[in-house]
Design a protein around this ligand. Structure first.
Ligand code: DGY
Length: 323
């Protein structure tokens, strides 16, 4: 029997590629560059499946040009690169990688919060530049973490993981805002209290963004929202670029309208707004919140297993748009 053909759009773990080769005719992009849209469309000709990594836009135009495509398996929990209604209309399944990255990503969100509040990268740059000559009572004095108020915007699995760390590990008061309120038992487990968005902005000492990107969440944090935050507050974005208006944030940071920010995601990444690169009170990381070897391997395996389960048995593991 001939094996179905698939495309692996980015270089992935060799053992995962090997597993895929047992089930499929695999064409893989083993270079270190993403495929251009034209290359993606060309390589998808005749392919039943695509292993995608979040950077490949799957929309109506691409689907029309690739009529044999039946599934796109994203190695990411976020799927804003998928036009899901267009995929559903074209009868193409999308899958993502929930759960396997939750705790790792929550760890990173907390690490970024700590680094931002305690000015870790700013002070490291100072030290490396040979500027540390004396003790000073206010040298890199940052914001308190333990006992402060942690605000969380978006309360899915990762938000809940951050809430637990804050409430139970750091004695923080945790407030959150989400499209829907958690069940009372879950709120209790997370040590979190539901508030309106305005109250969240006003009261948070540290505000962490963990909501999915959509048209509705585009620039959920812009100049008006930043103006409502405390001047001593920090903002952490581990969700998606585009949720924050990066130009407005850079301005607010420069004018010290909020104290600091920690950003793992950017509008138009891997490009970063030039103004963010020149303000000192921001910690910048290149979209690595889920990046531990163990978690990235689990994500890759889950994406691969979705392709295998769907294309060989018609039963995907984590479908986004089941029939
Ligand atoms: C995700 O899974 O959506 C992350 O942003 C990619 O690491």
């Amino acid at each position: 029997m001939t094996k179905p053909a698939i495309l692996v759009a980015r270089s992935i773990f060799p053992e995962v590629l090997q597993k895929l080769r047992r089930h499929f005719e695999v064409e893989s992009n083993d270079g270190d560059q993403p495929l251009s849209r034209e290359q993606l469309i060309s390589k998808l000709q005749g392919k039943a499946g695509a292993f995608t990594t979040g950077g490949e836009r799957i929309d109506a135009g691409l689907l029309k040009a690739c009529p044999q495509l039946r599934i796109c398996a994203n190695m990411a929990v976020g799927f804003n690169n998928f036009d899901l209604p267009a995929m559903t209309a074209a009868k193409v399944l999308g899958t993502n990688t929930p759960d396997v990255l939750t705790e790792t990503t929550a760890d990173f969100g907390f690490a970024l919060l700590m680094a931002t509040a305690r000015r870790m990268t700013e002070s490291e740059h100072f030290l490396r530049a040979g500027q540390w000559k004396k003790w000073a009572y206010d040298m890199f004095a940052g914001a308190e973490v333990h006992g402060s108020t942690l605000g969380i915007l978006g309360m899915g699995r990762i938000g809940q993981g951050i809430a637990r760390r804050g409430a139970h590990g750091f004695g923080m008061k945790v407030i959150y805002h989400n499209r829907s309120r958690l069940a009372p038992q879950l709120e209790k487990e997370c040590g979190a209290t539901y508030v309106g968005k305005e109250q969240l902005l006003r009261e948070a000492d540290h505000l962490v963004l963990v909501l999915p990107y959509s048209k509705e969440s585009h620039h959920a944090i812009g100049a008006a929202e930043l103006a409502q935050m405390k001047p001593t507050a920090t903002l952490v974005n581990i969700a998606r670029g585009g949720i924050v208006d990066d130009a407005a944030l850079a301005k607010a940071l420069r004018e010290k309208r909020i104290a600091a920010a920690g950003l793992d995601v950017f509008e138009g990444e891997p490009q970063v707004h030039p103004d963010l690169l020149t303000v000192p009170n921001v910690v910048l990381t290149p979209h690595i919140a889920s990046a531990t070897i163990k978690t990235r391997l689990a994500m890759a395996n889950l994406a691969a297993d979705n392709l295998v389960a769907f294309l060989t048995q018609g039963r995907p593991l984590t479908p986004l748009n089941p029939e």
